[in-house]
Design a binder for this molecule. Structure first.
Ligand code: SF4
Length: 362
């Protein structure tokens, strides 16, 4: 990424923060952090996911590669990073590696969240050569029983083997990137001793960049009544959702939605096939959603937002959680990946360890 672009993105994020605090509803700053959904199909039936639990009734499909290229062409000047995943397993997309290569050759960082169950030896090699910048392996459970209870359909040993093979190959090839994270959700389904935890973490010694534990999200209100797993009830805390000022999400069929939790396309702002993202970003529907967030009557137009983890996470030094994500990414462009780890550890110190994510090993 060119240095000028890095600083433009940083400046856009600072504008997002100012516009948020000034309660502006029509924005000059573009969204610098974007999610694109290659597919909403998945091979697992995870208990904390709308797709896995069958809560999705929108059509399922795969993003057309030509449409994907058009999105990258349109947004590459202002996009810092694209996470290539929303509510499906992206490795199922037949042109997935082409997608990564196209974005990275156009100066856009690609981040991937994957369940790693489909990460064969060949796909590991392709992924390492694709130009991907960051990969997060979703591995929710330190023991076979709990992992397979959460990630229904996955095999503990096989997935672990897939991840370790990828990490060893990365080390063998002496690649710095992708920055590799093992992400473990705090589902509170399991008990393990400190020794069991240490034994598990030791498997990744010298291989992984970071092991991160994450608070479980209810996907807005999608799982607000669940008793299948535990989550923090945030309903008594409220600050307008700053993702509406800083990030954008594009589903496989081109629908643009306010955030990743709109797995059922609950609030569609527009479709990228018919309009440019910047026009959708400031259209009447987006304007009304931002305005309702400021007024506090957002549930009238987006009931999905009830109990959302983003609304319930207090700001740190005036930086709300949604903008923290894109701002941290913009600073990482300039400083490198060490910054993200540092920011997480500072956030946890300030919040007494109760931040939504924390590094448990590096
Ligand atoms: S409050 Fe939550 S569900 Fe609503 S737009 Fe923000 S991130 Fe999405």
């Amino acid at each position: 990424m060119k240095i000028k672009k890095k600083f433009n993105i940083l400046s856009n994020n600072l504008s997002a923060l100012i516009n948020y605090h000034r309660r502006k509803t029509v924005l000059g700053n573009p969204p610098s952090f974007i999610w694109i959904e290659p597919t909403n199909n998945c091979n697992l039936k995870c208990i904390m996911c709308p797709t896995g639990t069958g809560k999705i009734d929108v059509k399922k499909g795969f993003m057309d590669y030509t449409l994907y290229k058009r999105i990258i062409d349109e947004t590459k000047e202002y996009t810092s990073a694209v996470t290539l995943a929303i509510s499906g397993e992206s490795l199922l997309h037949p042109e997935f590696f082409k997608m990564i290569e196209y974005a990275s050759s156009n100066g856009v960082k690609i981040l991937l969240n994957t369940n790693a169950t489909l990460l064969t030896r060949e796909k590991s090699r392709l992924l390492l050569d694709s130009g991907i910048s960051e990969i997060s392996f979703a591995f929710d459970g330190l023991k076979k029983g709990t992992y397979e209870k959460a990630r229904v359909g996955a095999d503990f040993e096989k997935t672990l083997d897939n991840i370790l093979y990828f990490l060893r190959l990365k080390k063998e090839k002496r690649r710095k990137l992708p920055y590799a994270i093992l992400s473990i959700l705090e589902l509170e389904l399991e008990d393990y001793s400190e020794m069991e935890k240490a034994d598990f973490l030791r498997l990744f010694d010298g291989l992984i960049d970071e092991i991160r534990s994450r608070e479980v999200s209810t996907w807005g209100s999608t799982f607000k009544d669940t008793d299948t797993f535990s989550f923090r009830d945030n309903s008594n805390v409220y600050g307008p959702c700053s993702r509406l000022w800083s990030t954008a999400c594009i589903a496989w069929d081109g629908d643009v939605v306010p955030c990743v939790y709109n797995a059922n396309h609950e609030y569609v702002i527009g479709n990228i096939k018919n309009n440019r993202l910047m026009d959708i970003w400031n259209n009447e529907k987006m304007f009304r959603l931002r305005e309702s967030m400021i007024n506090g009557d957002y549930l009238n137009i987006s009931p999905l937002c009830e109990n959302c983890i983003v609304l319930g996470t207090p700001p740190i030094f005036g930086i709300p959680s949604g903008i923290r994500l894109s701002l941290a990414d913009a600073i990482t462009n300039v400083t490198g990946y060490g910054f993200e780890r540092l920011a997480l550890s500072i956030a946890n110190r300030l919040r007494n360890g109760s931040f939504t994510a924390k590094t448990i090993s590096e």
